[in-house]
Design a protein around this ligand. Structure first.
Ligand code: NAD
Length: 279
């Protein structure tokens, strides 16, 4: 009997196989080692889930949020995370936050340009200018400031991957959220042009377009709708895949787009919608 086949001893070929398997598994799940991620809206919902996922895949993360308590809470759960209180509608504050992140971690490789609001639900002809401006200040101007200053930093460090948060509202008709649809269509547009503008400099720019996910934003949206219970029931079968996705489903897509596995993907808005936009 060969030594390795004796009871209690490990067959070296099995050991090699399992070590190789676990290395391969690790490579698949640990794609972002030593990368630095700047995540806006990182204090809740999709940003929070993504911060955790990118960190699990090896990235250092900066949690950027207007709500410092929530940013601190998320950062406290992630080894080495940086928490930054920033209102991304303020371009100077965004520029400072990018500079602080570069100073702290040395560079920025990944940006999840995600902070956004739905705004109040109003028919287009009743839509107030105040609501219009508030939504576009964040979903439009804020997205631009993060791109402008984030790309400036990436040009200095040699490239990176940016993921903007668009929405199925950019790709299909949704009612009573005019500014939201308008701003998210803008996100999809600027994603395309920025991707082509910076492709030669090694910066990829994509967007995700999630269907509804039960985050604090969507919970508030449902509660302020005319018929919250009806809304919830209707959404159970809203997408061809029944039920609701969770924030971690979005985080997995962002991690893929951030990683080198997506190195030939740029300029696209990827629906994460259970087939909603193609039905
Ligand atoms: N949840 C969904 O179903 C869904 C679907 C499609 C697109 N989106 C988009 O995903 C993004 C995140 O949505 P969510 O559902 O996670 O929202 P959320 O409200 O749960 O979380 C958003 C975070 O952004 C922060 N924030 C708000 N205003 C800010 C500002 N001015 N500066 C910095 N941070 C600010 C909030 O404090 C919060 O922590 C948004 O752009 C939203 O439009 C969400």
């Amino acid at each position: 009997m060969a030594g390795a086949d004796r009871p209690g001893q490990i067959n070296p070929s099995i050991l090699m196989r399992s070590t190789g398997d676990s290395r391969r598994r690790q490579a698949a799940c640990y794609r972002l080692e030593d990368r630095v991620a700047f995540i806006t809206g990182g204090g809740a919902g999709l940003g929070e889930a993504t911060a955790l996922r990118l960190s699990e895949e090896g990235a250092n993360v900066a949690i950027v949020d207007i709500n410092s308590d929530e940013a601190d809470r998320v950062a406290a759960a992630i080894p080495g995370a940086l928490s930054l209180q920033v209102d991304v509608t303020d371009g100077t504050a965004v520029e400072r936050a990018i500079a602080t992140t570069v100073q702290h971690f040395g560079k920025i490789d990944i940006i999840f340009n995600n902070a956004g609001i739905a705004g109040e639900q109003q028919a287009l002809h009743e839509y107030t200018e105040e609501n219009w401006r508030a939504v576009n200040a964040l979903n439009g101007d804020g997205v631009f400031y993060v791109l402008k200053h984030g790309i400036t930093a990436m040009l200095k460090s040699g490239g990176g991957s940016i993921i903007n948060t668009s929405s199925t509202a950019a790709l299909t008709a949704q009612l009573n959220i005019s500014a939201y649809s308008y701003s998210k269509a803008g996100v999809t547009g600027i994603t395309r042009s920025a991707a082509v503008e910076y492709a030669k400099q090694g910066i990829r720019v994509n967007a995700i377009a999630p269907t509804a996910v039960l985050t604090p934003m969507v919970e508030a949206f449902i509660e302020t709708s005319e018929d919250p219970e009806g809304f919830r029931a209707e959404r159970e079968n809203w997408n061809p895949i029944p039920g609701w996705p969770v924030a971690e489903d979005v985080a997995a897509v962002v991690a893929f787009l951030a990683s080198d596995d997506a190195r030939w993907i740029t300029g696209h808005t990827l629906p994460m919608d259970g087939g909603y936009v193609v039905r």
